[in-house]
Design a protein around this ligand. Structure first.
Ligand code: ADP
Ligand code: MG
Length: 646
């Protein structure tokens, strides 16, 4: 039998290697930026189109290449960065595999222009799918430009596998930020579809971090500096009160290379021990320098993982130096006597009026009566007392709202103001509020109590919820059945509209500003909506290109609802924002009412039911929801009589 093993042709081998090196446009961005840094450039431009899918170009003013090198750089295992295996242990460059350009050239259309300083003329090469298309001598400035077009043009499966522009852009942005943060001494600029996103002059670490993150970052940073024999640590950590909900701003750089390390992350987190609100994440930008021979970066082809010789020692040093910095800059609580008490209070409570505690004395309590009745009684009594005290607090918070945020409104608004308290207690995720509620028809125990002594007390309840969908309430002529979701939509809709037109909405300040990420087109929409949203109580900090920072929200919504509200708005407005301000406000009010209204299936406490019914009938137009559906029906006693007559 003849032998069957063959060596793969280069272009096939390169395509296979490309699978590992190039996953998406962001991988090309990373490789080209790193090559430019390795070429000792002091000015690097990144230009992309369509999130990098149609173009990734990097232009640098680095050392450039000779004609021979320009040709050779596309060959596999062609590198100027190492010569001997030993060199691997003293790496001072990003690249060393000599694989990137060969891989990219195998799966894209690529154009190289390069010239060395001392040469008169440069080289211009076009290569497509590993095939050289042209090579010319050209007049060029010093440095190198690589343009990568039509990524995966010859691998449709890979091309189809790419995510939306928003997602791919996010990855490109991540790579750009990592390289730019690692090299503040290099001038970086970044253009997407013709517009400049970043222009970062050469500077120090702090300025670079602020340039990339936002102007506000500066005041949040605490410097960290530590120099020992095995490691030099520089950089910044964020003051604990500015910790965020997500892990977006956590960076480790080892020898100027961005790396991920769960172990070192843990060291940082443990330095913050006791200083962070549950689940919140401090931003950090930490630059570690270690002798190159004590690390092994040769673990993963895309090289964000790293192995250290003495991980435990690094852990301890990192933790201690951050702890020291947090203490020294007066941010550890031990030293923090004049801290604003409000910071420790959940914002729900911050705005509530103080209440004089009341003691409920059960006058009929008799320890000698039989245990069972006693237990039952105290249960019912705790029920009534809770409904009593919540009644008083609801009028309390109602008046505090009308006193502060709603002053100046006509009287008619006042009952509406009292349903504000609907939200204060409306915490469907909190099982306690459900348990403490006195009436649940599903609950056998309580139903049976209808036939007990306290029946009279319970009869004072005016509303009942059925099927977590309708609120039934007796009225003079019979009863009214309210659709809870539609009723709430009406209430919210009128309230938002009133706020937007009278411009009086109160807002609650968030302890931790919310960062919400959106695509460029969504950001554009949000920018246009901002003035209207501000009138509902939203407070926006300066936005970045790809996210909004929200530091205040309307009083009647919770922080966790904010992303939903905005998502809903964006989808309601995807066909464009109405031109006139009346219909713009109307659309926004409708959309917010839709996302915020209690849904069918939500349990409502008695107080919430009450507020809902009162709120609805205080509306201008209580009969229909903002979406033109009936909000309630009535049933007269005669109608009921008729049913029984059958
Ligand atoms: P590696 O970076 O691992 O060496 P690459 O395939 O990325 O492999 O690059 C191959 C070689 O091409 C590099 O070693 C370098 O000599 C040369 N090169 C690549 N990009 C540039 C650039 N922007 N300026 C100068 N030389 C470059
Ligand atoms: Mg490289």
């Amino acid at each position: 039998m003849s032998s069957i093993i063959q060596l793969l042709p280069d272009h096939v081998a390169n395509q296979i290697a490309a699978g590992e090196v190039v996953q998406r446009p962001a991988s090309v961005v990373k490789e080209l930026l790193e090559n430019a840094v390795d070429a000792k450039a002091t000015d690097i431009k990144l230009i992309i189109k369509d999130a990098g899918k149609s173009l990734v170009q990097v232009i640098d003013n680095g050392v450039g290449m000779t004609v021979t090198d320009a040709r050779l750089c596309f060959a596999r295992h062609a590198t100027s960065k190492i010569r001997l295996a030993e060199d691997l242990f003293s790496l001072g460059t990003k690249g060393f595999r000599g694989e990137a350009l060969a891989s990219i050239a195998a799966i894209a259309h690529m154009e190289l222009k390069t010239k060395q300083d001392q040469d008169e003329l440069g080289t211009h090469i076009i290569i497509e799918g590993s095939k050289f298309v042209s090579q010319e001598v050209a007049v060029l400035p010093k440095g190198t430009s690589f343009a990568v077009k039509n990524l995966f043009f010859n691998i449709p499966a890979r091309r189809n596998f790419l995510k939306s522009d928003t997602v791919e852009f996010r990855h490109v942005m991540d790579e750009f930020q990592r390289v730019a943060l690692a090299h503040p001494n290099i001038h970086f600029s970044f253009y997407h579809n013709g517009s400049e996103l970043y222009n970062l002059p050469a500077s120090g670490y702090r300025q670079r971090i602020v340039g990339i993150m936002s102007g506000k970052t500066n005041e949040k940073l605490v410097p960290v500096n530590e120099d020992t024999e095995i490691i030099n640590i520089q950089g910044f950590v964020c003051k604990p009160e500015f910790a965020k909900k997500n892990r977006g701003e956590q960076f480790f750089f080892v020898n100027d290379r961005f790396i991920k390390s769960g172990y070192l992350h843990h060291a940082v987190m443990s330095a913050y021990d006791g200083l962070l609100k549950d689940g919140s994440q401090p931003s950090y930008f930490l630059y570690l320098q270690v002798p190159p021979n004590t690390i092994d970066i040769n673990i993963h082809p895309t090289k964000t993982e790293i192995k250290f010789d003495d991980e435990q020692a690094l852990y301890a040093i990192l933790r201690a130096s951050i702890k020291h910095s947090l203490g020294q800059f007066n941010v550890a609580p031990v030293l923090d006597f004049d801290r604003d008490a409000n910071l420790d209070t959940p914002y729900h409570y911050k705005d509530m009026e103080a209440e004089v505690p009341t003691i409920q004395v059960d006058g009929t309590f008799n320890p000698f009566t039989d245990d069972k009745t006693n237990q039952h009684y105290s249960k019912a009594s705790s029920g009534t007392s809770s409904s009593y005290s919540s009644g008083s607090s609801s009028s309390g918070s109602g008046s505090s709202y009308s006193g502060s945020s709603y002053s100046g409104y006509s009287k008619r608004v006042e009952p509406t103001a009292s349903w504000e308290s609907l939200y204060v207690g409306l915490d469907t995720e909190n099982p306690e509020s459900i348990e403490s509620s006195p009436f649940t028809f599903e609950n056998e125990e309580v139903t049976s109590s209808l036939f007990n002594d306290d029946e009279v007390e319970q009869a004072t309840q005016k509303t009942y919820q059925i099927h977590k969908k309708y609120i039934v309430s007796p009225i003079k002529s019979g009863m009214v059945i309210v659709d809870q979701q539609r009723a709430h939509q009406r209430i919210l809709y009128e309230q938002f509209l009133l706020n937007m037109t009278v411009n009086q909405a109160a807002s609650q300040q968030l302890l931790f500003p919310l960062d919400l990420f959106y695509s460029a087109s969504e950001m554009k929409l949000i920018e246009e909506l901002k003035p209207s949203l501000a009138t509902t109580g939203f407070v926006f900090d300066e936005s970045k290109i790809d996210h909004v920072v929200i530091s205040g929200i309307p009083v009647n919504i919770t922080e966790s609802e904010v992303p939903l509200v905005i998502e809903q708005l964006l989808s309601d407005l995807q066909d464009g924002i109405p031109a006139n301000s009346y219909s713009q406000n109307d659309t926004i009010a409708k959309s917010m009412a839709k996302s915020l209204a209690v849904k069918t299936g939500s349990y409502l406490t008695e107080k919430e039911q009450d507020n809902l019914v009162n709120g609805l009938f205080a509306c201008k137009d209580p009969n229909i929801s903002p979406f033109q559906k009936p909000t309630f029906i009535t049933m007269r006693v005669e109608d009921i009589d008729k049913k029984f007559a059958l």
